[in-house]
Design a protein around this ligand. Structure first.
Ligand code: GLN
Length: 543
C-alpha cells in the first residue's frame, strides 16, 4: 500500500521545506521503507530550464533528461533514489498537458476548467508511477496563501479525501520566531498559517516549526491546541550546523515516529541512522582545511551552485577535511590584476555557465592553474574554458572561442546540432526553441584505459553521467590541442563528442563536459570530487 505525505509551507519562504521533505524520506528509508519524493511548483514555466539562476537557483538535471527544481537534488542526496521527470511538475507543465488534450479533443463537449480538469491532472501527476512504493512524499512549492498554489492545494485536499487518513497525511512547515524584546517565541504566525490551510480545507496532522531554540512545552501545547494537532506532532525544526544533521535532529524530535503512528505502523524500533551520524562526525571533526576557489559568474547567489557546493563538501567528507569555498567573481580578473586571490587557494574550479560575460576571467583562472600547477577542475563550461585557454595560449590560435559568443574564426567550441541518443539521432537548429532542447540527461562516455579519469572511476572505461549543454568542444581541433599536452581521455561512444580532458604533465588538471556533482551523495562522494579535494590536500601540504 502506497502512502502519501503532503508537505506544505507557511509564513515565509526559505524555511527549508526541501531539506525537511528529504530528511523525512531519509528517516523512513532508515526504517526500511521505500520512498520517492516529488515536488509541485506553482509557476508558469514548463520547467525551470529557461529561468535565470538569480530567479531560481540551480537547475537540477535528472538521468532521463528533465530540468527540474533544485530540491530534487536534496531528495537524491538524502535518499540516493534517482529522480525522474515525473518527480517535478509545474503549473506550466500541467496546463500545457491539459490544453494539448483539449486541442486533441479529449474533453470534447466539456468546458475545460481548473476544477476538475487541472486538479485531476495534478492528481494524476502525483500518483503516476508510484505503485509498489511504501511512501511518496509530495512537497508543494511556495507558501500557503499564494494565489498560484491554490489549484495544487485543492488537488491534494481532494486526493487526501479520496485516499483517506490511512493513506494520506498533511505536514506543514512554519516559522516560530523569537522576539528578543519580548524574550519569547511567538506562535501566532503558525496559527495564522494553519488557518490559511484550513480555509482551503486542509487540516495538517503534523507541524514542523522552524525555530532557533527549543520550543518550551507551554508553547508546544498552545500550538497543538489552536491548530488541532497532537502536541507530540508539533515538531521543533531547530537550526543545525550542517544540513546532514537534519534527519538526526528531526528524529530526536519524533518526526518519523509520529508519521508512522499516523499510519498505524509499528514505531517502537529505532531507525538505523549510523550513516548520518558518520557523515555528521566527519563534517564536525575535520582533520584539516583546504581552500577551493570557485571562479564563476553567479557567485553571489549560492543556490545557483547548490549541487556543486554539496559535491565539494562530500569530497571534504571523503578526505576528512573542511572545504572552504572562496566564491570568486570571474569579472574581477578582467584587468589581470586579481590573480593573487588564487594564490591562497589549494584548488581552482571553474563551474558550469552560460554566455560570454565573465569568460576572460575564467580563462585567466585556468591559465593560472595550469602554469602554477594548482589542482584544476573544469565542469562543463569550465572544461570549454580550459580548451579555449589551451588553444589560445599554447596552440597559437589567438582567435579561438566558442560560437556561443557569436561567429568566430576558430570555433574550438561549437554549437551541437546533432548527437546520438542510443540508436536515435537528436537534431537541433541554431534558431530553435531554447526550452528543454540542450543535450540533457545521462549519456555514456568511453574513457581511455590508464587515463587519470578512468583510474578515478576505479579503472572503468565506460561511465554514464548527466549533461546539460548546447555547445561542445569541436573534435576537429583534437590533434592540434593534444600536441599542447591536453589529453582527450573520454569521448562519446561514437568518438565525436569530447567528454573529458586532462593534462598528464600537471598534478591534477581535469575537465568534464558533464556535471558529476549531480550524482554525488554525502554517503557516496563522487570519485572526481573526492579526488579533486585529495589533490587540494596534497597542494595544501606543499604551500
Ligand atoms: N554554455 C555552455 C553550453 O551550453 C555550458 C553549459 C553548462 O555549463 N552547463 O554548452
Amino acid at each position: 500500500m502506497t502512502r502519501y505525505v503532503f508537505i506544505t509551507g507557511g509564513v515565509v519562504s526559505s524555511l527549508g521545506k526541501g531539506i525537511a521533505s528529504a530528511s523525512l524520506g531519509a528517516l523512513l528509508q532508515a526504517r526500511g521503507f521505500s520512498v520517492r519524493l516529488r515536488k509541485l511548483d506553482p509557476y508558469l514555466n514548463v520547467d525551470p530550464g529557461t529561468m535565470s539562476p538569480y530567479q531560481h537557483g540551480e537547475v537540477y538535471v535528472t538521468d532521463d533528461g528533465a530540468e527540474t527544481d533544485l530540491d530534487l537534488g536534496h531528495y537524491e542526496r538524502f535518499t540516493g533514489v534517482p529522480a525522474n521527470r515525473f518527480d517535478n511538475a509545474t503549473t506550466g507543465r500541467i496546463y500545457s498537458e491539459v490544453i494539448a488534450k483539449e486541442r486533441h479533443g479529449d474533453y470534447l463537449g466539456a468546458t475545460v476548467q481548473v476544477i476538475p480538469h487541472i486538479t485531476d491532472a495534478i492528481k494524476e501527476a502525483i500518483v503516476r508511477g508510484t505503485a509498489g512504493l511504501d511512501f511518496v512524499l509530495v512537497e508543494i512549492g511556495g507558501t500557503v496563501g499564494d494565489i498560484e498554489s491554490l489549484p495544487f492545494l485543492e488537488a491534494i485536499r481532494q486526493l487526501g479525501n479520496e485516499l483517506g487518513p490511512e493513506r494520506a497525511m498533511f505536514a506543514h512547515l512554519t516559522l516560530v520566531p523569537y522576539i528578543p524584546s519580548a524574550g519569547e517565541l511567538k506562535t501566532k504566525p503558525t496559527q495564522h498559517s494553519v488557518k490559511e490551510l484550513l480555509n482551503v480545507g486542509i487540516q495538517p496532522q503534523m507541524l514542523l516549526c522552524r525555530c532557533d531554540r527549543p520550543i518550551p512545552e507551554n508553547e508546544r501545547r498552545k500550538i497543538a491546541l489552536f491548530c488541532n494537532v497532537r502536541a507530540e506532532s508539533v515538531i521543533a525544526a531547530l537550526d543545525v550546523d550542517t544540513i546532514y544533521a537534519v534527519p538526526i535532529s528531526y528524529h530526536a524530535e519524533g518526526m518519523d515516529r509520529e508519521v508512522l503512528r499516523h499510519f498505524h505502523l509499528p514505531a517502537d524500533g529505532e531507525p538505523d541512522l549510523s550513516r548520518w551520524q558518520d557523515i555528521v562526525d566527519a563534517v564536525r571533526s575535520p582533520e584539516g582545511e583546504v581552500r577551493i576557489a570557485v571562479v564563476g559568474k553567479y557567485t553571489n547567489l549560492l543556490d545557483s551552485y547548490k549541487s556543486l557546493a554539496e559535491a565539494l563538501a562530500h569530497g571534504g567528507i571523503a578526505n576528512r577535511v573542511k572545504v572552504h569555498l572562496d566564491w570568486v567573481d570571474s569579472q574581477i580578473f578582467e584587468d589581470g590584476g586579481a590573480v593573487h586571490r588564487l594564490e591562497e587557494c589549494h584548488g581552482i574550479l571553474v563551474p558550469g555557465g552560460f554566455g560570454e560575460r565573465g569568460t576572460p576571467g575564467k580563462i585567466e583562472a585556468v591559465r593560472f592553474a595550469r602554469e602554477k600547477s594548482v589542482p584544476f577542475f573544469g565542469i562543463c563550461f569550465g572544461m570549454q574554458m580550459a580548451v579555449i585557454e589551451a588553444a589560445r595560449n599554447l596552440a597559437g590560435l589567438r582567435r579561438a572561442s566558442s560560437t556561443e559568443f557569436g561567429p568566430c574564426d576558430e570555433p574550438v567550441v561549437g554549437l551541437l546540432t546533432e548527437w546520438a541518443r542510443g540508436n536515435e539521432v537528436e537534431r537541433r537548429m541554431a534558431d530553435g526553441d531554447m526550452g528543454g532542447t540542450m543535450r540533457l540527461g545521462a549519456y555514456p562516455a568511453v574513457l581511455s584505459p590508464g587515463s587519470l579519469v578512468s583510474d578515478l572511476y576505479g579503472g572503468a572505461t565506460r561511465i554514464e553521467e548527466r549533461h546539460r549543454h548546447r555547445y561542445e568542444v569541436n573534435v576537429t581541433y583534437r590533434a592540434c590541442l593534444e600536441r599542447t599536452g591536453l589529453r582527450f581521455s573520454g569521448m562519446s561512444p561514437d568518438g565525436v563528442l569530447p567528454e573529458t580532458i586532462e593534462r598528464p604533465d600537471h598534478p591534477w588538471f581535469v575537465g568534464v563536459q558533464y556535471h558529476p556533482e549531480l550524482k554525488s551523495k554525502p554517503f557516496e562522494p563522487h570519485p572526481l570530487y573526492a579526488a579533486f579535494i585529495a589533490a587540494a590536500v596534497r597542494q595544501a601540504r606543499l604551500v
